[in-house]
Write a protein of this length. Structure first.
Length: 220
């Protein structure tokens, strides 16, 4: 069987087609360039949620090795005030089932959201940021500190993550190297797809005792 190697031009065309296919995204002002499998998205979109969705669409394409999302958010309609954005996000954090009771402060300056405070698990830090993707938001700075209630030695934490990888059908455990230093997990290696990369990241993200994840896994 002959395997067709996709050129950067092929990848760029597929990314553009993916953006126009996605009804969540206004792709009319998005430019796509590709250099050695690395996709750069530039231009403007009308919401922060669409900026995130554009990266998700690019990850669907075979041959994409990494994404540099330089899209700017340019709201075309009347947008909420900073105080309204803060209120909306604060309510979203308060009522989120998975996040539960929390100690997170929200500030907003010209649409740019800053999250500060503490949570007891790394995935909750990520979850809080995901909940900010509403109207009026142009960007997010996540300063939330992770303070686990359960202390796990680095060696045991690494073992738990490797075992989670070994159980996961979406990733080959032999493709991933796991190191842990004072609760900070670093993932290296290379995988064939973005779904495998995401599976490896999730294996670390949801583990008890993780304070931070450096995801350095490459898509080959």
């Amino acid at each position: 069987m002959t395997v067709r190697i996709k050129t950067d031009e092929n990848i760029a065309k597929d990314v553009v087609d993916s953006l126009y296919w996605d009804s969540r995204v206004d792709a009319s002002k998005v430019s796509v360039t590709v250099d050695d499998g690395i996709v750069t998205l530039s231009g403007t979109v009308p919401s922060y949620a669409e900026k995130v969705a554009s990266s998700e669409d690019a990850r669907l394409i075979t041959g994409v090795r990494d994404i540099d999302n330089q899209l700017k958010v340019d709201y075309r309609a009347k947008v909420p005030t900073d105080s309204e954005v803060k209120s909306n996000i604060s309510h979203a954090l308060t009522w989120d089932y998975f996040l539960g009771p929390h100690n997170i402060d929200v500030s907003v300056d010209a649409g740019w959201v800053t999250l500060e405070g503490t949570v007891d698990a790394f995935w909750k830090k990520v979850r809080a940021e995901d909940l900010t993707f509403g109207r009026g938001v142009v960007g997010v700075t996540n300063k939330i500190a992770v303070v686990p209630t359960q202390t796990i030695v680095d060696e045991k934490l690494a073992e738990n993550i490797v075992n989670a990888l070994d159980r996961n059908i979406s990733v080959d455990v032999d493709d991933i190297n796991v190191t842990v230093d004072k609760g900070t997990v670093t993932l290296t290696g290379s995988v064939p797809t973005w779904s495998s990369k995401q599976a490896a990241y999730n294996a670390a993200r949801y583990a008890h005792g993780v304070k931070h994840v450096n995801d350095l896994v490459a898509v080959r």
